[in-house]
Design a protein around this ligand. Sequence first.
Ligand code: SAM
Ligand code: SF4
Length: 345
Amino acid sequence: ADKKNLSDVLNKPKLNKDDIIYLLNLTDEKDISELIRKADSVRKEYCGDEVHLRGIIEFSNYCEQDCLYCGLRKSNHQLERYRISPDEIIETARKISSAGIKTVVLQSGEDFYYKKEVVTNIIRNIKAACDVAITLSLGERNFDEYYEWKSAGADRYLLKHETANEKLYSALHSHQKLEERLTHLKYLKSIGFQAGSGNIIGLPGQTIEDIADDILLCKEFDCDMCSFSPFIPSPETPMKSIPPADLKLTLKTMAVARIVLKNVHIPATTALSTLSPEGRKLGLTVGANVIMPNFTPDEYKDKYRIYANKKTYDPVKYVEDLKQMIHSMGRKIGTDKGHSLKKNY
Ligand code: SAM
Ligand code: SF4
């Protein structure tokens, strides 16, 4: 029988894998509340009360990869594909900036149609037009591309490791290996990108131990941003019959991640708000300090179908509602770029 005492574990300066597994396995409501209170206090101590908004543009749903879980996978022939022109991407970035948001996230499938120079020009133009940080989330690209985009002014790169379980990773990705992905992450960090990683919770065959490894991998890689998001099935993928992730496990994972990782940015994800109508608010109470409102223009939004029932909304109105919610929670909106908490960027 487990003889651990919850308060003792929560007050340890450094949690080991056993401690993390113990916390992820908590079932008693009072224990879970204590875990969440601790996560919230660590968030307050290391990140303050600011919630950073990042405006995201999903500029292409073409993808060369075939990740089993994702609706954008190459083999999904039911999906109508789109590409947004560089001019429209830059115009959308201006809208994000006008809404008072100081980070623009450019996200797409792995779409090499946007060549190195095309992305470089988009970065330069956005930087010239708006006072914003730029986060790229374009999947695995070439090292010389990463290098040039960093030099052109991009600040951050999101490339989730998805799962730290090598076998599971290979089963979900027909042509990719976990090791490769981690090499990319290391390279991104080495050239000065603020790097984001993270997992998907609720993958078939994934164990609590795997999730503990996901948190520890983010620690080992000294990630600046870490996203722990629930799996939501897409009816257009082979994983259509896999149930969505458990809400409680997702929230516990975020809370434990906050306690272990401390000075990192953790988003309350869109997937979490798809899993539960209160998702974003719940996320902010269990350690999250980032929200990424979606500014993808309306005509494309429905086609960026990673999974079913993704929330769509008018971003400007949504940001107003978010501000109210955030203030009502005694928190505030971040007014600067919300760079990494780890170095002086
Ligand atoms: N193609 C880029 C990449 O994979 O890094 C960026 C876009 S991809 C859609 C962004 C993230 O979506 C992935 O890192 C993955 O974790 C997440 N994702 C894909 N399918 C999902 C699903 N069914 N449920 C939850 N998250 C999913
Ligand atoms: Fe493509 Fe990214 Fe989806 Fe994988 S997760 S299929 S790389 S868009």
